[in-house]
Write a protein that binds this ligand. Sequence first.
Ligand code: GDP
Ligand code: MN
Length: 446
Amino acid sequence: MNIHEYQANELLQKFGVATPLGKVASTPDEAEAIAREIGDVAGPTSGGQLLQRKGAVVDKNAGGRTWATQPLDASGCPPGAKRVNLVVKAQIHAGGRGKGTFANGFKGGVHVVKSAKEAREVASKMLGQTLVTHQTGPAGRVVNKVLVAESAQIAREIYFAVLLDRATAAPLIVASTEGGVDIETVAAKSPEKIIRERIDPLAGLQPFQTRKLAKQLDIEPAQSKAAAKLFDGLYRTFVACDSSMVEVNPLVVTKNGDVLALDAKLNFDDNALYRHREIAAMRDIAEEDPREVEASKHGLNYIGLDGNIACLVNGAGLAMATMDIIKFYGGAPANFLDVGGDATEEQVTEAFKILIGDKNVNAILVNIFGGIMRCDVIAQGVINAAKTVHLSVPLVVRLEGTNVDAGKKLIAESGLAVITADDLGDAAQKAVKAASSKTQNPIPKQ
Ligand code: GDP
Ligand code: MN
């Protein structure tokens, strides 16, 4: 599971990680209000309000007068007000926002603004709009929230991530002095600039390792303590939250010498979410594939893909082999679906409904090798689903194994227009043929 940047910031702060001061907004009004609250910025419409940030020095010369009695400068700021630039950032579960473009033509999902009015304008151009970045694919993602935060005066941008290294089965810190840019490009063009530090999962991140990392990342001695606290906080977040990755790009050193996590992306292991209620509550299903959201409600192992042949298979290995053989015969799978060995008739029904409901699907291939799973259970699930949702695409079924005769009998007597197949190769070829001819020869309404 992924979470938004603003949620990641809230979580990281609990582990002592310094992040920019900011709040999330769902409307341009909220964005403007937050901008006024956190910055000493003032639009021309703000006359009459005292605009100093809490804790900032109040202009003694004002002598109890409000700012409004003073002339405002061109940007609507009272003279003497300490200016804080702000940043408005589109909240989507994808990176590359800074270089992204909105479908309405507005450029960039990250904007530094100088006034609350400008924060409002930028927010109104982002909210409800689709942002396309190199990570979203051409369809892009709709922006429902923006983060309004104090803008950092960036001196240096660093890359820092904690992830699980499968080769050593241990946490690994990956870092680079070349932050703020696509890390894959750095890895490809200048691999020597990628720093790797393996962490012993039992000992945890050791002080000598944080010092070593700070040195390799050219952190000044004056900032090494702050950097160590940040690295430590990021590592502790990774472990305590059962995270699969904590990625900060960029981690910045500011002109004032602060060290901040400026853009944090957190992924979590879904299988551990049961023990992190507060993280599970951060889930934003608007960001997920609707087919996968539906599948997860029914405990199905489903991954949506871009092809047009839907697959219903039992066992992950057979599901992979089915996808491969579809590709081999020139087709493209619409999904990976492993109904498992102990799926109930209800689960099979729900799984089949998801396949039928997918607009891209031109044919369905049911491929079952009944070991623990019984063929008659699958057959009944398929029949149930086809009864509730009109089956508008060809259905290829290959059943083998436990209770195969009972399963075949159920399907034969169901009245469903089924294309039967004898083995995996036969089934895949029939599915590919059916999917490509579907448009010319649609199945008549039952
Ligand atoms: P991403 O494009 O989705 O990775 O979003 P980031 O939050 O990483 O922002 C992209 C780039 O915008 C960063 O690498 C910075 O150069 C810049 N940026 C982000 N936040 C700020 C900020 O608070 N102040 C300034 N001056 N630049 C920022
Ligand atoms: Mn980033």
